[in-house]
Design a protein around this ligand. Sequence first.
Ligand SMILES: [Cu+2]
Length: 283
Amino acid sequence: MNSLALINEFLGQPPNASSHGYQIDHILEFCHWFMAALFFGWSAFFIFVLIRFRKRVHPAADHLGVRSGISTHLEFSVVLIEAVLLLGFAIPLWARRVNQFPPGRDALLVHVVAQQFSFNYHLPGPDGQFGRRDVGFVSNSNPLGLDPNDPAGKDDIVTSGELHVPVNRPMVAELSSKDVIHDYFVPAMRIGGDAIPGSLIPVWFTPVKTGSYEVICAQLCGLGHYGMKGTLVVDTPQDYQAWLKERAELSGGGQPAAPSPSPGGQQPQNKPAAPAASPSPGG
Ligand SMILES: [Cu+2]
């Protein structure tokens, strides 16, 4: 797959690290070559016309214009190639991405909750069940509003900024947002999806290479947007288990440190909970 990736690499695309990414790379690569051919083709045609129909040779305008059928054939070919790209490659690939989600028991499900200006992750913990969340419970120590009275949430893991996932296991990230529209974009995994308040938008991928990959917000979401970055670490299964254990210990079994339930919802939902990431007025 690397032998083809000339323009993609030239444009600075990071190497693919997901199982489906090479398909996207092929389409991108083909589109770039096709656009390059169109650009050079039309440029050459333009220069040819400038010289061929210059005023010195053709002092009087010809109102009949082109008589050869070459341009018709060329234009038909361009439309045909575009139709093949769209109907033969782009739409089937997109259909697979949105219709063929990995079965629930095989996949790792993580809730990704975006906020100005960081990504929070909610993992179900050893019981495999996500605890209930409510806006009323949101506080600085409980950024996702985990319900302290829900037993399913006792062992949940909440973390921010860095997420670890095991290699070669499908991962489903369910995207949502606490404030404005963000976009969870992991270029190396060739996935991205908008995180929209009030919506749950799933995206999925299977990481095939261990390593550390950049996560960025791909929607202009406010003054601190430039700093809305994170890290996705793809671990071996052993390392992943070690990380899970470490996170579980750090978050005290997932229980919010100081639960002060205020179900009336007095906590403003869009308050930036991470002061370190807030932009200074000058910047
Ligand atoms: Cu954002």
